[in-house]
Design a protein around this ligand. Structure first.
Ligand code: G3P
Ligand code: CA
Length: 280
């Protein structure tokens, strides 16, 4: 009789443990920030307002955009240092190779089609300015994660971004908005310019540097292949959040959620939304 009782206790404890893990993962998954990488690059042309609008419909909580500056110091959303992968610049300006973003004025970039390369359905979609993206999303619930690209030609981009965010504050002050970058020193500078805007550092700082970085950063954003539950715990102990770099497959998304990450960048916000809904 005692043996049967012991077996029953084991079954109950195992079940309760499994339920506890599922509940923990489930509760974690409902909180994880669904971040559409480059606005959601799988279903629409990356870094466009159309992509972010679609990502929001698919369940994204935040759109991540890449910021660069034009030759005449305007801020536009584009990932590559050159325009030719994601626009028709080679057709419009055939003699301007290598078609660097920093070699074109805003007026010239505004002439480009940033949608047809992805699908004829998006013909006429433009390279947005940061201001246009802030205005377009100002009345929506969608948060913004703005990555500043510190390429050599973008020398004073931190100051330009800070000035633009100051000028457009009414459009974003009631929403989640954060800035991220690979250049941690530049982010320290940005923090001094805009101390109230949360900053995430891209990369995997050694844990012994986390206390120093926590003086001005609110989060660490790193590739999912570099992520472990232990590292997430170490970052959380400094009061910072952890964003995972781009992950799309449900198996990877679930693993990242089980680590306790606070946000996941994804080109498939629909996948992450479905996993979050399982928990409800
Ligand atoms: O992992 C974050 C991501 O935005 C940085 O990489 O090249 O897609 O801008 P990338
Ligand atoms: Ca980015």
């Amino acid at each position: 009789m005692y043996r049967q009782f012991g077996a029953a206790v084991t079954v109950i404890l195992t079940t309760l443990t499994a339920l506890a893990v599922m509940t923990a993962t489930a509760s974690a998954s409902t909180e994880v920030d669904n971040i559409a990488h480059r606005g959601g690059a799988s279903f629409a042309p990356e870094n466009t307002i159309a992509a972010c609008a679609l990502a929001q419909v698919q369940g994204a909580d935040t759109c991540e955009f890449d910021i660069q500056q034009t030759k005449d110091h305007h801020l536009v959303l584009i990932h590559d240092q050159t325009l030719n992968r994601t626009t028709d610049v080679e057709d419009v300006f055939p003699g301007r190779s290598p078609w660097r973003v920093s070699d074109f004025t805003l007026a010239e970039i505004r002439r480009l089609d940033a949608g047809s390369w992805f699908s004829p359905r998006y013909r006429g979609e433009r390279v947005p300015t940061l201001e246009q993206a802030l205005r377009a999303t100002s009345n929506s619930r969608i948060g913004l994660l703005l990555e500043i690209k510190h390429f050599p030609a973008n020398r004073d981009i931190d100051r330009l971004v800070a000035a633009e965010l100051e000028d457009t504050r009414p459009w974003w002050s009631n929403k989640r908005l954060a800035v991220q970058a690979f250049d941690w020193q530049s982010m320290r500078t940005f923090h001094s310019l805009m101390p109230h805007i949360p900053i995430a550092l891209l990369g995997k700082p050694p844990t012994d540097r986390l206390p120093e970085l926590a003086e001005y950063a609110k989060g660490i954003s790193l590739p999912h292949k570099d992520l472990t539950a232990e590292y997430v715990d170490a970052v959380h102990r400094q009061g910072m959040y952890v964003y995972s770099g781009t992950a799309n497959r449900p198996t990877v998304l679930r693993r990242l959620i089980s680590y306790g990450v606070d946000g996941i960048m994804t080109n498939r916000p629909d996948h992450l939304d479905a996993i979050k809904r399982e928990a409800w």
